[in-house]
Design a protein around this ligand. Structure first.
Ligand code: PXG
Length: 300
């Protein structure tokens, strides 16, 4: 079965899914998106992702021509038509076709696209040995300039950081606030294990409050460990016992080296491995079923 893309109410083969060059999503990055995973025939945290999509739209005063319920159904139907049980879903809503000026009033209707494909952000082997990271010289955009909560189509800030990681020959880039505090990675949140506690940057620093981050904070508490949202610097990262990152694409990824400093033992640590295991188990159990048969399976 070929991959199917939803585009403005139609399901088309992915090769035929095309958007106008006059769409302000293309011209200005004026639009929003989500990244959602399907595990074993179930969409993980669908309600949370759809809520965040509509919150991003509300922030940008972008009217999505579907209700959240219709969006959920369109997402489920697109995955169903792709015939995949494990997948990555990318709903994208852009301002729509306008003229060559910035003014969004010229764009009459938003474009709605749902792409379904597979994704692997880092090779499997990187999760076994652990990821290597640097901290980027590119600072996070200040939250008073553009909200980090809104997943807009302008990801240049993260892309600039990611290019620094590529040039340094490592897997990821840690981004700091303009004041130099640890914020998040190019498209993941960051966690440390220090003295039996688990730390992650406080939301007011200007992070995206990731859905995987929220999930993992719950798992850490389940493990009976203190889970703290804090303000910290690269010193705390270098001297942590463990470091890991979280994101829909990357899932839970151990970080074993930062700015050429070994983190902990230099191998994925015991708390990180426990969180990875719990996360894998949770994604097997929970989620909105795509196929009827799995509704039955899920309830028995
Ligand atoms: N921080 C930023 C800046 C992000 O863009 C996360 C954290 C993690 O959030 P979730 O809700 O996914 O746990 C993101 C995630 C991808 C991908 O393919 C993810 C994002 C953006 C682009 C690609 O994983 N956002």
């Amino acid at each position: 079965m070929g991959l199917v893309t939803y585009i403005n109410g139609q399901f088309v083969p992915k090769e035929e899914a095309k958007i106008s060059v006059f769409d302000h999503g293309y011209l200005y990055g004026d639009g929003i998106f989500e990244g959602i995973r399907v595990y074993h025939g179930r969409v993980f945290r669908l309600d949370e992702h759809v809520k965040r999509l509509y919150d991003s739209a509300h922030y940008l005063m972008l009217e999505i021509p579907l209700s959240p319920e219709q969006m959920k159904q369109a997402i489920l139907e697109t995955v169903r038509r792709c015939g995949l049980r494990d997948a990555y879903i990318r709903p994208v809503v852009s301002r729509g076709v306008g003229d060559l000026g910035l003014d969004p009033r010229k764009c009459k209707t938003a474009s709605v696209v749902i792409i379904v494909d597979t994704i692997q952000l880092h090779p499997e082997e990187a999760y076994l040995r652990g990821l290597r990271a640097i901290h980027a010289t590119t600072r996070k955009v200040r939250p008073d300039a553009l909200s980090p909560q809104a997943k807009t189509l302008n990801y240049l800030n993260g892309i600039m950081a990611r290019m620094e990681a590529n040039l340094a020959g490592v897997d990821e880039a840690i981004m700091l606030t303009s004041d130099g505090y640890v914020c998040e990675c190019s498209a993941e949140n960051i966690f440390l294990v220090r003295g039996g506690e688990v730390w992650t940057p406080a939301p007011y620093l200007g992070i995206l409050k990731g859905i995987t981050r929220e999930t993992v904070m719950g798992l850490v508490r389940e493990l009976g460990l203190p889970m703290l949202e804090k303000v910290f610097t690269m010193y705390d990262v270098y001297t942590a016992e463990e470091c890991f990152l979280t994101g829909t694409g990357a899932e839970v990824g151990p970080v074993v080296e930062v700015d050429s400093r070994r983190i902990g033992t230099g191998a994925p640590g015991p708390t990180t491995l426990r969180v990875m295991k719990l996360f894998r188990e949770l994604t097997r159990r929970e989620g909105t079923p795509i196929y009827e048969t799995e509704v039955v399976e899920g309830r028995t």
